[in-house]
Design a protein around this ligand. Sequence first.
Ligand SMILES: [Zn+2]
Length: 301
Amino acid sequence: MTDLPARRLLLVHAHPDDESINNGATMARYAAEGALVTLVTCTLGEEGEVIPPALAHLAADRDDTLGPHRRGELAAAMRALGVTDHRFLGGPGRYRDSGMMGTEQNHRPGAFWSADLDEAAGHLVDVIREVRPQVLVTYDPDGGYGHPDHIQAHRVATRAAQLAADAAHRPGSAPHTVAKVYWNRVPRSVAEKAFAALRADAPDAFGGIAAIEDVPGVVNDAFVTTLVDGAGYEGAKAAAMRAHATQIAVQEPYFALSNDLGQPLFTVEYYELVTGEPGPAGAPTAELEHDLFAGVTGAGR
Ligand SMILES: [Zn+2]
């Protein structure tokens, strides 16, 4: 336990690629600053659509080998971000991608959406008690945009943080209380400005332009408590997103998913603190925290 770095950040995501899109700059920055950055991905993303025609055979309705392929993409993305601790919840393939809400994949054997909550959370309790993160980042209760695996990732992360802190739960391992829990956010004003820039600068970069509602976690600005400025890590984030080539087409500072609708690639990343005390705000945006570890005892650099 004494060998752990002073700052420890845990991120819980549904599929390979979500971490790079939502938190790539944050992860690269904290890893470069010497923090322990631990990523737990809940599924292999087996049900994703495949962008490159040459790889179309990987898809679930053909060879169904997208999961193993995406493990490789995630490993490459983590190299780009400088993150060495990445794991799959319960081990690779323990939980399968549940597909979009309302599809039959939601209820197939092994689907993450159908997982027992406490069993799934138990795997994450082990990780929390091992790496003892002060900060946990995950999605809001809607999963940012309603995907069942994102909703379930929120539930599992929230439940695991509770159980890990409870000394009566599995007394064989030492309890750990996560000091701060954040949800991924994008302030509506930031999204609107970025989409306006996309419409003006690169209207034809992709087959169309996404709607603001397509961006996970967009909320009214008042909900946002924290930003992490990814200046200097733009290239790392873009490289990590490119590594997820079956899922993402990147044309900096924009990207598209398999729907070929352009959206902004944010290199300032935003959060809502939902558990724990906010630390001091950072200039120049004096009302927002600029560090996920702000105010955390013993997490100085
Ligand atoms: Zn996802």
